[in-house]
Design a protein around this ligand. Structure first.
Ligand code: PFF
Length: 521
């Protein structure tokens, strides 16, 4: 085996200084808004306490196996998503660019949500929303207009959004360890403290127990509905940041002799642990709200943007020590969202650096500045919320889920890469990657996910997204159009040649050959 742990090339690309930093960065990516505002509601809607079963099955049969596939691809091939795919098999480069396109789109709108959360951390101090949080959010803060594309900039959004992009530019320019790694090392412990404090405060509110009962009362009958299983697989994929190219990129920055499967287990279970904690905190708070307004918890349960920016402000206004609750809640959203946002943009930066001869700072500017401009143009105007809602829905379903299914099928069946990838993972591991992994990645996970995808597709065709709230052209452009555009981008980007001197031979192949004395192609 190669005795040198890092090569000059690795040094140039950037590296995490230790396994611990990598694990924190990966947790930083996985733990995001999805954990805080998506999981509690998905769990509640899909069987409550009984959801634990499909959720765990999805984590073990698809989430962790696919996470390990991402790690194997990135760690063996030591490249950005497109380069890692290309090194695994030349014909698969487009899968990586498809992911790069998806990440670019996500970055552009996720930054806006982060800017809202940052602004709301400040609003929470004075409870600026008064006694009408919904009217304040839609009318005063976002100044949402009708469903046309508007060019009217809302300064209250544009300024924090510009600041978010400046912060991202600084962190990403600092590179893998000093920027991404250091941010995770600082942010993740602070996030745990703030969110932990929030959960404790929420649990002390009157009515909290009722909220928890509503979340956890198991509805075993739900397990007979295929849609509930589909929701579990969908949640796990989004929540673990797999299929985005993020984990491929991050694992390419990890030292060679690292136990990747063991790291995957730590990351997978930490992410789910945080998700559970979020479920407890959010439903305790909803229980309080229900009691305070004399209605059932089911009446106040919600998820997503509505939960964070409408329901939570109402809770904050009612709760004892509400200001503290508000700052902890929105502060947690900012911390969790920032480390996730950093990870999606890094996918793009890393790919651009691999393809063209560019310095770290040059690539960061080349990616972030256009992204920031698009972000400001589309999401700080009065039509921002509509576009964001549609784009988020379609990119998640017909971008991330679709690329995940296709890449598993291609890797397992078309280019038959699972054996070399498993062998790579097994070079340094605390868990043996055997036949079980191949069966899960080649059959169980793609079948389960294809099923989810078909269900989603059927629903999207039957009932247009938003139930008539959005005109067809808007769904066509920012929904189907955007999902198709990233796919086409993926194919076209493969036509651009790699910068001179790029080897498409996998460094993993070199490692393996040096142990067997074989010659590398
Ligand atoms: N795992 C992330 C979450 O749960 O929020 C998913 C994610 C979303 C990652 C958006 C990155 C991102 F920009």
């Amino acid at each position: 085996m190669n005795d040198v742990d890092t090569t000059p090339l690795d040094e140039k690309r950037g590296m995490f200084s230790s396994r611990r930093v990598f694990i924190l960065a990966a947790i930083g990516s996985a733990v995001g808004l999805g954990n805080i505002w998506r999981f509690p509601y998905v769990a509640y809607e899909n069987g409550g306490g009984a959801f634990v079963l499909p959720y765990l099955v999805a984590l073990l049969t698809a989430g962790i196996p696919f996470l390990l596939l991402d790690y194997a691809l990135g760690h063996r091939n030591r490249g950005s998503a497109p380069l890692s795919f290309a090194r695994q098999h030349r014909a698969t480069e487009g899968l990586g660019w498809w992911q790069v396109g998806i990440c670019f789109m996500i970055a552009v709108y996720y930054a806006a949500v982060l800017a809202w959360a940052a602004r709301y951390t400040i609003f929470a101090v004075t409870e600026a929303w008064g006694d009408d949080p919904a009217g304040f959010f839609i009318g005063e803060f976002l100044r949402v207009g009708d469903t046309t594309i508007s060019t009217e900039i809302v300064m209250g959004v544009a300024l924090p959004l510009a600041l978010v992009w400046i912060a991202l530019l600084v962190v990403l320019s600092l590179g893998v360890q000093k920027g991404i790694g250091a941010t995770a090392v600082v942010f993740i412990p602070i996030l745990l403290l703030t969110f932990g404090a929030l959960v404790v405060q929420a649990l002390l509110l009157p009515g909290a127990a009722q909220g928890l009962n509503t979340l956890f009362t198991p509805n075993w009958e739900a397990l007979t509905h295929p849609g509930v299983w589909a929701a579990a697989y969908g949640q796990i994929f989004f929540s673990l940041s797999i299929g985005f190219g993020i984990m491929i990129t991050y694992s390419s920055y990890v030292r060679r002799k690292t136990d990747m499967p063991g790291s995957g287990l730590v990351i997978g279970f930490s992410n789910s642990g945080f998700e559970l904690l979020a479920g407890i905190g959010v439903f305790a708070a909803l229980g309080f709200m229900a009691q305070a307004s004399g209605v059932a918890v089911t009446e106040v349960a919600s998820g997503g943007i509505g939960l964070a920016f409408i329901a939570f402000p109402a809770i904050i206004s009612e709760a004892p020590l509400g200001v503290l609750l508000g700052v902890l809640f929105f502060g947690s959203l900012v911390l969790a969202g920032f480390t996730s946002l950093v990870s999606v943009i890094e996918v793009v930066i890393s790919a651009v650096r691999d393809k063209f001869e560019m310095t770290r700072v040059g690539a960061t500017v080349a990616v972030s500045v256009p992204a920031a401009v698009l972000s400001l143009l589309f999401f700080s105007t009065t039509s921002g919320l509509h576009v964001l809602d549609i784009l988020d829905n379609f990119i998640n379903k017909f971008g991330i889920l679709a690329v995940a299914v296709v890449s598993m099928v291609v890797m397992a069946w078309l280019v038959r890469a699972l054996d070399p990838l498993a062998a790579h993972l097994n070079l340094h591991t605390s868990v043996h990657i055997g036949l079980w992994w191949k069966v899960l990645v080649a059959a169980v996970a793609p079948l389960a996910l294809s099923y989810v995808l078909v269900l989603e597709f059927r629903d999207a065709v039957r009932t247009p997204y938003g139930d008539g709230d959005y005109p067809a052209w808007m769904i066509g452009t920012f929904g189907w159009g955007a999902a198709l555009a990233v796919l086409v981008f993926g194919l076209v980007a493969t036509l651009v040649p790699w910068r001179t001197g790029t080897s498409l031979t996998s460094p993993g192949e070199v490692d393996r050959a040096s142990t067997t004395g074989e010659e590398v192609r």
